[in-house]
Ligand binder design. Structure first.
Ligand code: SAM
Length: 282
């Protein structure tokens, strides 16, 4: 397991010197793919290289974000009113707390990300919309530190673990390598949730994608290997294993555009290289 800080996760404000503006970050590059402006020249340069060699990444980002929105809406319709969003990224259009509060103004959301800009930007937005952090808060924390995230007062002040929780780990597990024991991490979060909770998961894969995409995917892995956020594709069986202990709701583990689609789908949803599912803890 790579060495990570085991200090308690922190609330989000940036400290000076904390942001490395010389190395691209996954959170800021993803913001760039989505057309956001919370990124630095180094992220844009990296993002342009990625988009040139791996053009499916832009589709992946948009499709994945749309899946997240549909899944949160689906959970809200089933009465889930509290969300723990780990690897939440930089706030962009259609943030989880906005979707949830449209359904229920009392809905609660805790965002967690280890990237300083992602956490700080979320914090700045909340300073305007929820300065008392009565319904939404943000934590700088690392997914690989379940104990720290689950026990943080930022989490426990808003999330009541005696009632169903929506746990969102969307497009983030592919940054967790095999050496970090993903199965054990998923189990730690699952065991903290009461029955009736749901996991929303999406993950990049190269299983059953067109050959051209498989080559692009290998390029993508090579490019991210040079950043602080190396990425790992997983095959369908490995992604299914991350949902262990959950009942996967219909339509199952599918290409992200196929999960309760609202609009016309791409002619071949496999070109998003993104598997998505929602699981219910029995
Ligand atoms: C591709 S973005 C996904 C953002 C959002 N979940 C979505 O689907 O739109 C992945 C996010 O995971 C975060 N991330 C990667 N590894 C992480 C870790 N070990 N702990 C917490 N966040 C992590 C990155 O900083 C980035 O913001």
């Amino acid at each position: 397991m790579p060495e990570i800080s085991r200090t308690a996760p922190e609330s989000a404000p940036l400290k000076s010197g904390e942001v490395d503006m010389t190395t691209p970050s996954a959170a800021r590059a993803y913001d760039y793919y989505l057309g956001g402006n919370s990124n630095f020249p180094v992220d844009r340069e990296f993002g342009d290289q990625v988009l040139e060699h791996v053009p499916f990444v832009r589709d992946f980002a948009r499709t994945n974000r749309a899946f997240l929105r549909r899944a949160v809406t689906w959970l809200c319709e089933r009465g889930v009113d509290q969300f723990l969003d780990i690897g939440s990224g930089i706030p962009t259009v259609g943030n989880v707390h906005e979707i949830a509060q449209q359904a229920d103004p009392r809905a609660r959301t805790v965002y967690v990300d280890h990237e300083p800009v992602a956490a700080a930007h979320a914090s700045t937005i909340l300073d305007r919309t929820d300065p008392d952090r009565a319904r939404t808060d943000v934590l700088r924390g690392d997914l690989r530190d379940p104990a720290g995230i689950l026990a943080s007062p930022v989490t426990t002040d808003l999330i009541d673990f005696s009632r169903p929780v929506g746990l969102l780990i969307v497009a983030t597990m592919h940054f967790i390598g095999p050496g970090d024991n993903p199965a054990e991490l998923m189990a730690r979060y699952r065991d903290a949730l009461p029955a009736g909770s749901h996991l929303v998961l999406s993950h990049l894969t190269l299983d059953d994608v067109p050959e051209q995409l498989r080559e692009q995917g290998r390029d993508l892995e090579r490019m991210y290997a040079r950043t602080p956020n190396p990425g790992y594709f997983r095959d369908r069986a490995e992604v299914t294993a991350l949902l262990d202990g959950y009942e996967i709701v219909a339509p199952g583990l599918v290409w992200a555009p196929e999960w309760h689609p609202e609009h016309e789908q791409p002619s071949d949803p496999a070109t998003t290289a993104t598997l998505a599912a929602v699981g219910r803890k029995p």
